[in-house]
Design a protein around this ligand. Structure first.
Ligand code: NAD
Length: 511
């Protein structure tokens, strides 16, 4: 094991050409257990030279992997799925330890990741080309999908297993080799997965890991051998990745941040709504790109919703996720992030939003150094306030009360993001109006978090996505492949170039 689950502080190695290699970096970033504030690993901040070393190994492995029959490539994924399931709890524990998710949340996220492997097992049927016979006399035409070469994935801290899994199972099964640059805040789970891919029989160099921050990312974005970049992270960086990657001739899919609106109609089932809204806003401590971070009750819905939501949320248990007692919510990722979320709450108060539930003073007795914040709710917030406009990415729910569904749709039009949006209603007409006109790419109707399963693309809009082909699903296969069209003509020298149907010929000569 390159990274053990033990309490000793490890330095993370790179995975290059099937070997775990110590980095030559001179700078390291600390990885903490957010539940305790304890240092658990050091991650090298690699520069362009180490990125190049890893990319060269991926490039070396590409021709043989590309020539490996697709059924054999798929079988590696099949064995990987088995190993992933066997080590499922270890992976979930690693996610929990470096990110702070509760064990249940970590397991749920790992399960969503496995779905992508299951999707990848169907790639032999999905990657097939098209053909048409006799498009002109004696001329046939076909298209085939070919891999691109070395593809790179740059991932955020909030889903250490799941988000990288959105990328490499599809890229690799399509015949590409892959370089993963995990978040420097959560590099350990990716390393466990690198070990499992090796054990599954993936040839050396097909899956590689380089660590670091901006320098490593820039090394990938500008490397001539990297053909495609998949990115998931905040909007500012997603835009940067798209611009720099495209300028250097790469395909780019870059998923960014979000502010997901949750509309509650007066006719909604309030029991379902309170429960779903609470888990959407505060699950994973609000650190989800699909978190419902802005509630928009319409008309008298607010009167029924708000007291019940505040009462129920106030009962949530917040605590360490590596202990014996499972809390409802864990810590946020880092001391810096805790400070940032607190200051955004302070700003909300200053701007005049009504603090219906204040989590700022929460203390966790058995983990005084953890990065904890209680669930926080702002009521009667206004459209121009920071807590309404900004992605807070913490356990903070803002509530904007509106009069009509049209007002709610208008508020959505003003939002620069466009990841997800949900409506709670029992009216088909209102649901249809919302589905058709709301300004977001992933819509939920009476569904907590409408994050699509692996068979569908992750269709963020506006500042939540830069690129053309989204992550996951068939778009994922299209992203990681390029088409080759072949037009073929064979001549029959005996009949002035033209082939004749032998049956037609025999029928006509016996007459
Ligand atoms: P982040 O943008 O800070 O980091 C993401 C990746 O970019 C990391 O690997 C990091 O090392 C790298 N990076 C950071 N600064 C960089 C720079 N200046 N130049 C180049 N690379 C840089 O994001 P995060 O804080 O790790 O994750 C949270 C964000 O990710 C949130 O905004 C969340 O909404 C978003 N997210 C989006 C989706 C989605 O599907 N749309 C999914 C998960 C998370």
């Amino acid at each position: 094991m390159v990274v053990s689950q033990s309490s000793a502080v490890k330095t993370c190695d790179l995975l290059a050409g099937g070997k775990w290699v110590s980095s030559k970096a001179t700078e390291f970033s600390n990885v903490y257990n957010p539940s305790t504030g304890e240092l658990i690993a050091k991650v090298p901040m690699c520069k362009a030279d180490e990125v190049d070393m890893v990319v060269q190994e991926a490039q070396k492995a590409f021709p043989a992997w590309n020539d490996t029959p697709i059924v054999e490539r798929t079988r590696v994924m099949y064995r990987f799925k088995g190993l992933f399931e066997k080590h499922f709890d270890d992976i979930a524990r690693s996610v929990s330890r470096e990110h702070g998710k509760t064990f249940a949340e970590a397991k749920a996220s790992a399960s969503r990741g496995i779905e992508v492997v299951e999707f990848a097992l169907g790639i032999p049927s999905l990657i097939m080309g098209e053909c048409m016979e006799n498009i002109a006399t004696n001329v046939d035409c076909e298209t085939m999908r070919h891999p691109l070469g070395v593809c790179a994935g740059i991932t955020p801290f909030n889903f250490p297993a799941m988000v990288p899994l959105w990328m490499y199972p599809i890229a690799i099964t399509c015949g590409n080799t892959f370089v993963l640059k995990p978040s420097e805040k959560v590099p350990l789970t990716s390393m466990l997965i690198g070990e499992l891919l090796e054990e599954a029989g993936l040839p050396p160099g097909v899956f590689n890991i380089v660590h670091g921050g901006k320098d490593a990312v820039d090394g990938l974005l500008t490397h001539p051998l990297v053909k495609a970049i998949s990115f998931v992270g905040s909007t500012g960086i997603a835009k940067y990745i798209y611009e720099v990657g495209s300028k250097h001739g790469k395909r780019v899919q870059a998923a960014g941040g979000a502010k997901n609106h949750i509309i509650i109609m007066p006719d909604a089932d309030m029991d379902l709504t309170v429960q779903a809204l609470q888990s959407s806003a505060f699950g994973c401590a609000g650190e989800r790109c699909m978190a419902g971070s802005l509630a928009v009750p319409v008309g008298e819905a607010a009167e029924e919703l708000m007291p019940r939501l505040v009462e129920s949320t106030a009962k949530m248990k917040v605590g360490r996720t590596d202990g014996d007692v499972a809390p409802d919510m864990g810590p946020v990722i880092s001391a810096d992030h805790l400070k940032k979320v607190r200051s955004l709450i302070d700003l909300g108060v200053k701007e005049g939003a009504e603090l219906a539930l204040d989590g700022r003073d929460l203390k966790v007795a058995d983990a005084p150094n953890g990065y904890f914040l209680g669930p926080t709710i702002f009521d009667k917030a206004k459209a121009d306030m920071s807590v309404v406009k900004e992605e807070i990415f913490g356990p903070v729910l803002s509530v904007v009360r509106v009069e009509t569904i049209e007002d709610a749709i208008k508020l959505g039009q003003e939002c620069p993001y466009g990841n997800g949006a949900v409506i709670y209603t029992n009216s088909g007409k209102t649901a249809r109006q919302f589905k058709r006109y709301f300004n977001a790419g992933m819509i939920g109707i009476n569904v907590g978090v409408p994050a699509p399963m692996a068979w569908f693309p992750f269709t963020g809009w506006n500042a939540s996505f830069y690129g053309d082909l989204h992550i996951q699903g068939r778009e994922g296969i299209q992203f990681y492949t390029q088409q080759k069209m072949t037009m073929t003509r064979w001549f029959d020298s005996k009949s002035s170039g033209k082939f004749q149907d032998p049956i037609w010929k025999s029928k006509n000569t016996t007459k």
